[in-house]
Design a protein around this ligand. Structure first.
Ligand code: GLU
Length: 305
């Protein structure tokens, strides 16, 4: 990402309340916050609470309290997706009306033969509650230039298939909600973990189909465990301590490729963040999609995987 990004810059952090924030979430939150501040922009928090079966009671409030403890607060009132069903409904209605979306009664097992990729309806049970999918025309290829990872290209028809917008259980798919919200909140820069790199082309396709602007994207390295597995909020792996935030803040800072010494001697989170904004060098962000916790802690550049 260059320093020539036109203003206003609007970034966001959009956690799903499936558990406590861990060090990987903190890297994404701090990274998106630092990039927003570096560009003189705004930074918003959005609670992505659209998947009740996966959510943990009280997790959203707890995540917000953690972000406060780390000095990362939203410049505008926090947006809760669960209060925005009408927006998603309007977008879906438009896609259905234009013929870009369709009802689909295929089950997971119906699609097993095609590796879960939907190209044509092959439903075995016509009475099944329908999901709604975005029709992905044959030959749909979307490419984008990620601010950190470089060019990414996906053959969405072959690699993803027709994209679920509303699930058969009636819940909104993340892919639809995130696109509607990023546009509604006028987000110019999506900065998040590289686990969502694969989702970006289908989000861009959805933006184009809905006639919405496409923000710039930058995917930060994911912090993985020693076996290369993603840290999961639901497993509460490596939770961070709201009462003693400085050590985790330092780890997140180093995971972003920044020199540890910069934060030495900062007695408070406020002081550390002030130094962090002043000294942050986007060019040092590690151009990798994952790194182990140990590498993040010790030497991100050397330990990147
Ligand atoms: N809610 C998603 C998550 O917690 C992130 C969505 C996004 O940043 O686009 O993984």
């Amino acid at each position: 990402m260059s320093d020539t990004v036109p203003s206003p810059y609007r970034g966001r952090f959009a956690p799903s309340p499936t558990g406590r924030l861990h060090i990987g979430s903190l890297v994404a939150a701090l990274g998106s916050w630092l990039l927003a501040r570096h560009h003189g922009g705004e930074w918003l928090i959005r609670v992505e609470d659209l998947d009740p079966p996966r959510e943990v009671a009280g997790a959203a409030e707890r995540q917000l309290a953690t972000l406060v403890a780390f000095g990362l607060t939203s410049d505008e009132p926090v947006v809760w997706q669960s209060a925005r069903h009408d927006l998603y409904g309007d977008a879906l209605a438009r896609l259905l009306a234009s013929g870009d979306a369709f009802e689909c009664r295929c089950s997971r097992s119906d699609l097993a033969a095609s590796g879960g990729i939907h190209r044509h309806c092959v439903a075995s049970d016509p009475a099944r509650a329908p999901a709604i999918r975005l029709r992905v025309p044959d030959g749909t290829v979307v490419a984008f230039d990620d601010g950190l990872q470089g060019m990414v290209e996906q053959h969405i028809d072959r690699e993803v298939g027709d994209v679920v917008l509303r699930r058969a259980d009636g819940f909104w798919a993340y892919q639809l909600a995130v696109v509607v919200d990023d546009a509604d909140q006028a987000i110019t820069d999506v900065v998040r973990g590289a686990d969502l790199l694969d989702s970006t082309p289908r989000q861009i396709l959805l933006q184009r189909t809905l006639g919405l602007p496409t923000p710039r994207h930058l995917h930060l390295p994911l912090i993985v465990d020693a076996h290369g597995n993603k840290l999961s909020k639901s497993m509460a792996s490596l939770p961070i301590d709201d009462d003693a935030p400085l050590p985790a803040l330092r780890v997140a800072w180093q995971a972003l490729g920044q020199p540890a010494t910069v934060l030495d001697g900062a007695p408070t989170v406020t002081a550390a963040l002030r130094l962090a904004i002043r000294e942050f060098q986007p060019d040092r962000l590690p151009k990798v999609t994952s790194m182990t916790f140990a590498a993040a802690h010790n030497n991100p550049a050397a330990g990147a995987v």
